[in-house]
Design a protein around this ligand. Sequence first.
Ligand SMILES: Cc1ncc(COP(=O)(O)O)c(C=O)c1O
Length: 401
Amino acid sequence: MTQDTRFMPRIARRMAGAQASEIRELLKLAEAPGVISFGGGIPDPALFPVQEMSQALTDVLADPVTGPQALQYSVSEGDPALRAWIAAYLTDSGAPCTADNILVTTGAQQALDFLGRLLIDRGDTVLTQWPTYLGALQAFAPNGPRYGDLGGANWMAQGAGADPTAFAYVVPDFANPTGATMDAVARERLLDLAHARDLPVIEDSPYAALRFEGQPERSLLARDIDRVGRIDASRVIQLGSFSKILSPGLRVGWVAASQEIIGRLVLMKQAADLNASRLTQMAVLRVAERGMTARIDRACQSYRQKRDAMMDALSRHMPEGVTWNRPDGGMFLWLTLPTWADAAAILPRAIEAGVAYVPGAAFYPDRSTANCLRLSYSLPSPEAIETGIARLGAVLAQEKP
Ligand SMILES: Cc1ncc(COP(=O)(O)O)c(C=O)c1O
């Protein structure tokens, strides 16, 4: 009798297309010593509140009331005090709401999974920016959407074909992957579309607080509340996260939306994992209450310095024909190569030369555009940024049509 060493069951149709991408495999090579990676959108661990979290966890557990609460099951909506803090934070930023409008999720990523399952029927159109956040495309994929391009020339008609449109999804502030921010006109236009077509808008905004230049743009949620009077009538579902302003390892994010939508999502949260860790939520609240502003300012200072180092290095090392944008915040910028170039094909040569990035095609719903790539400046030091961009410039200068 032969012994099989591996077992693979039949995979449900909705998950059959989900595969690890070859890019992911290549980026593993980018972790080799000596390779400077502009690949992952990874916060700088030097900014993590290690001491503060340690103290907060001790305080929560040492308290005779909160200690046992922290270690017990709790409500699926999330820790009531943390929800109240998030609601106050959003109210301060111009989007009045209460704790009843907040669901705490395991990162914003979990909210993307829930919203895909809640709102997309197979074949529905989802309107996004092209390129857009790869994790959203992955979260929506099992539900079988088609995609329309919000940047398309005839934007009002986007997704107005035979298939129903499920929602519009945008990362309006310092987008992953491009670092671009929607201006006021684009935001109002998107809300016009949402109202004209009666569509929900998912505003995924984990980077909004990381603005280190220019004036903040009012959020889509705040603007829609201006239009309709209150969050419970709003079409906007806003996703937030502590990942980029405290630490991603906490896995604490949230959804802010009408109570109707929150009610639906709470049922999904219950089915998915009952509740987010209350211990973590209670500790996050303590750290947040001790002052987010100074913490965010420090992150902005650090990322600004790194953005500047990258802009400076790009201007000195990139060959003719390569262009890029200048983000006012966040962690990313977008590099466009000459139209004949394929960033995925170049990546192995770049890794060989000791530098890595994410090829841009993966961020397009149809993977159509090959001559672009994402650079993240959040993790390497300014010195490493200079060296890495010099290496990338040398690799790109070798490429020929
Ligand atoms: C646009 C966007 N949305 C959501 C997420 C997921 O964040 P979280 O860590 O809160 O799950 C990310 C993470 O990189 C992101 O870039």
